[in-house]
Write a protein that binds this ligand. Structure first.
Ligand code: FRU
Length: 478
């Protein structure tokens, strides 16, 4: 038996042995993608290919910590009903033996090609990093083509997460990097054939203006055009909290600017956080056949008390966000739930006009929309959204799952608060503020039988019960 088939067999066995228990965990999501067993982190290889959407994910099937990652694989045709596909990549070769780390997918003349980072640690713990290729003609079975790019001079082996795209007849790749002087950066590469790659240079760096010190490592870069400008999305590590900004362990955000492909230069403005919640990291985008730029993020943050999350004792941890459409308004990204998310609705629960205080009961699998003058929204006696008109601050508060102390995340709303759309899925919450002007993404570990909703203000509140089982983990018959 090859090493690859052995690893597959062990991973399938872990799913078979544990998934049914995990699915019974009241915190396990109903319509968000989560690991069938073990740990899930970054979205990878996000693409619509031959009509079908494919989302791969960083997966550790054997425990709830990080380690030698597999690429798991989900697919969907309608962005609501997903199926788990066979494992795409196992960490079974010399160049990826300590993990098939994050990367992206492209269509090359009918072949689905995955670029990913082969993570290797030698006997002395020294890291090596290889950018690798795997390809598939059917979108299900992938054959590895080995190393396509080795570490160039000037960087440490913290060099990973290739995102590839096609522009004006050439292929380009950005890689999240750390320079030898331990500064976060993004490296740009160019290729005619996806086989040999030329290093064009560093297009952004943490100590280059307008930044002075934006971290020691940048992970998961993504570069794309939105409304005639370039957006560079990345996840920097090493930022200090600054008031209401940068409060998570690591951040995710973007700069907007122009990429001069000839000169390999990106002129850009300041760094803006893309999400204001407690758990969000390593987002990746794709352009679908309808021309939408769609983002999916990991609803987790590395090294942020992961081992303390309440689901660890049940053998699984983390989940993805919903897919979100990106638009650029006044130089800032707005994120909207896709139109297709309306198809998640199973039934309308209520539509109420509220003056003062009101309380009701909702499902743990819900969508809420609130419109009007909002002061406070409280979910499951656990998490509160509060708007302060004096300061224009919207604040989310929840008890820490580490020690129960209250913790907050906030954003400023210069034009006030008019609309909230909430997606609730057992232990997760995505709050779209003013139709995507800001988003709070967080895990919520409220008591499982609590259904309470309390609102304060002068507003309209609507609630829908959402569908319960849109992810088919068992389609492979494991
Ligand atoms: C981000 C990240 C990536 C890496 C992957 C490993 O969360 O650290 O940089 O490729 O996760 O799982």
């Amino acid at each position: 038996m090859t090493h690859d088939s052995k690893l597959r067999e062990q991973a399938y066995e872990a799913v078979n042995n544990h998934h049914s228990d995990i699915k019974n965990d009241p915190y396990y999501p109903s319509y968000h993608l989560a690991p069938p067993v073990g740990l899930l982190n970054d979205p990878n290889g996000w693409i619509q290919w031959k009509g079908k959407y494919h989302l791969f994910f960083q997966w550790m099937p054997f425990h709830t910590g990080h380690g030698a990652k597999f690429w798991g694989h989900f697919s969907t045709t309608n962005l609501v009903d997903w199926s788990l596909e066979p494992i795409a990549l196992t960490p079974g070769d010399w160049f990826d033996q300590n993990g098939c780390y994050s990367g992206s997918a492209v269509d090359d003349d009918g072949l689905l090609k995955l670029f990913y980072t082969g993570n290797v640690k030698d006997e002395s713990g020294q890291r090596e990093s290889y950018q690798c290729l795997a390809e598939s003609a059917d979108g299900i079975t992938f054959s590895k083509k080995g190393v396509k790019l080795e570490l160039p001079e000037g960087y440490t082996p913290h060099f990973r997460d290739p995102k590839v795209w096609f522009h004006n007849g050439l292929w380009y790749m950005v890689i999240g990097a750390q320079t030898e002087d331990e500064v976060g950066s993004v490296a740009l590469f160019e290729s005619e054939d996806l086989e040999s790659w030329t290093h064009r240079g560093m297009i952004a760096k943490a100590d280059r203006p307008p930044f002075s010190d934006l971290g020691y490592m940048w992970e998961c870069p993504d570069l794309f055009e939105l409304d005639g400008q370039e957006v560079l999305l990345f996840s920097p590590q090493g930022l200090e909290a600054d008031g209401i900004d940068f409060n998570n362990q690591y951040q995710s955000g973007y700069v907007v600017g122009r990429l001069d492909y000839e000169k390999a230069e990106l002129s850009h403005n300041r760094f803006m956080e893309i999400d204001r919640g407690f758990e969000f990291y390593a987002p990746q985008t794709t352009l679908d056949d309808l021309g939408r730029r769609i983002l999916i993020g990991w609803m987790g943050v590395p090294d942020q008390n992961e081992a303390e999350q309440p689901t660890v004792k049940n053998g699984w941890i983390h989940q993805m966000t919903l897919p979100r459409e990106l638009v650029l308004i006044d130089g800032r990204i707005h994120q909207l739930p896709l139109e297709e998310m309306k198809n998640l609705r199973a039934s309308k629960r209520f539509c109420e006009d509220v003056k003062g205080e009101w309380s009701g009961s909702i499902s743990r699998v819900s969508e809420l929309q609130l419109e009007g003058e909002m002061e406070e929204v409280q979910l499951f006696d656990y998490t509160t959204l509060r708007y302060d008109r004096q300061t224009s601050l919207l604040t989310m508060e929840r008890p820490s799952y580490v020690d129960g102390s209250m913790e907050t995340r906030s954003c400023r709303l210069p034009k006030g608060l008019r609309h909230l759309q909430l997606f609730i899925d057992h232990s997760s919450l995505e709050v779209f503020v003013n139709h995507g002007e800001e988003v709070f993404t967080s895990r919520i570990f409220a008591k499982e039988d609590n259904r309470s909703l309390q609102v304060k203000g002068e507003l309209n509140v609507q609630a829908w019960d959402l569908k319960n089982d849109t992810i088919d983990i068992t389609s492979q018959g494991w």
